[in-house]
Design a protein around this ligand. Sequence first.
Ligand code: AKG
Length: 284
Amino acid sequence: MSQTADFHVSTLAENDDALRARLDRDGYLLLKGAVAARYCDHLRDDLLRVLSPHIGFDDSLGKPILTGEPFYETDPLWDEVYPRVQRLESFHRFFHQPHMLQMMSRLAGKQAWVYPIKMARIATPRMLGYETPPHQDAYSHHAGPTMAGIWVALHDVDSSMGRVKVLPGSHKGGVRKVLEAQGVGGVQCEIYEHETLWHVSDFDKGDVLIFNSATVHKAEPNTSESKVRLSVDTRFCDYGAPVFSTNLEPHHGWRIPGLDWASIYRDWKSTDEQYYWKHYPHCF
Ligand SMILES: O=C(O)CCC(=O)C(=O)O
């Protein structure tokens, strides 16, 4: 039987040693309010613009809502809307803003390098069973120990909206065997019998979840009537650590025809930092 406890809460006001020690102990950090609301609102509005008419925003709830048919990652409707998300300049630049880079470097204790692959999650209701299964990013991104995940809530996320949850301490046991699964990523990792306690809480807009590359995490089902969870995430590592080639591709560029960097960059206002990884010293 799995149980839950609240996330251990961290903030950027704490000192670097305390944050790194907690990340090392728990395998994750929940950094409350680490991204200012204006940055989240800006990206959320851009996402909503390209997700219209399928997803709208309910001002009284302060949350995105489904205004069309539900969908999940890789179904035909998602394949239709996701390239529009991937072509947003603001989406790709979100994790490269100075406050973001500074946060990652603080936690890494070294210069951090942001992976080119950027993910947007659109967790709609009425898609039970298609939520992100338990997995470790070390497996899915072929990554070493300095890689970490960074996930940002673009609006408040309550318990009905498919929150992301974490198995604390699960990074200590290394990378696990996987089995096929339904849902985002298509695989799930082994969960050992004694691992019954997950950490999860509601997110506020701007909360950031950082997880070790070997930390097991998954999403809860979105059981709400109409609310949609929008979040964005990527990976970072110590500058110079090996980065596997698939992380240099647009997310799902490997299966959606035409979703390549040239098409993503076509309408950007600035060419600054495009193809920035071409100079990275250690890709394989
Ligand atoms: O947001 C989700 O549903 C999945 C997020 C995730 O698995 C990740 O960031 O690695």
